[in-house]
Design a binder for this molecule. Structure first.
Ligand SMILES: [Zn+2]
Length: 121
């Protein structure tokens, strides 16, 4: 069976477990994979930082109860958060780092701050 290099597509000669035609192709392939993965991490981290900034600004201004639309208007993305802390009452608070919120119904949220160390499983 003919094997082709994962990077350049050239036919590979030699050992049957080789995936690349040369060290150069292996390096270029791995660098590309790392770059794509780093871009993804950077983008997600950017979204989380932006969310955190929005929550932190409102919290520091003392606006502890906010309509979700106000967060949308500021560019908040509800799909991204770092963790969830479940209260003893079963409420799930979504956090972006040390700032978070709890849904209180009617599309309002209550802002939270919690920078205690928590042992996440
Ligand atoms: Zn190659």
């Amino acid at each position: 069976m003919e094997r082709i290099c994962l990077d350049c597509g050239a036919t590979i000669r030699g050992r049957t477990d080789k995936k690349f035609c040369s060290d150069q192709c292996r390096n270029s392939y791995n660098n590309r994979i790392n770059r794509e993965s780093n871009n993804f991490i950077r983008n997600v981290h950017g979204l989380l930082r932006k969310n955190r900034r929005i929550l932190a600004d409102l919290y520091e201004e003392g606006k502890l109860t906010v309509h979700k639309d106000a967060l949308f208007a500021l560019g908040y993305n509800f799909s991204f958060f770092t963790h969830v802390i479940e209260s003893s009452g079963g409420q799930k608070d979504h956090y972006c780092f040390e700032y978070g919120y709890r849904e209180t119904g009617n599309d309002f949220i209550e802002l939270k701050q919690n920078s205690r160390y928590i042992d996440y499983q």
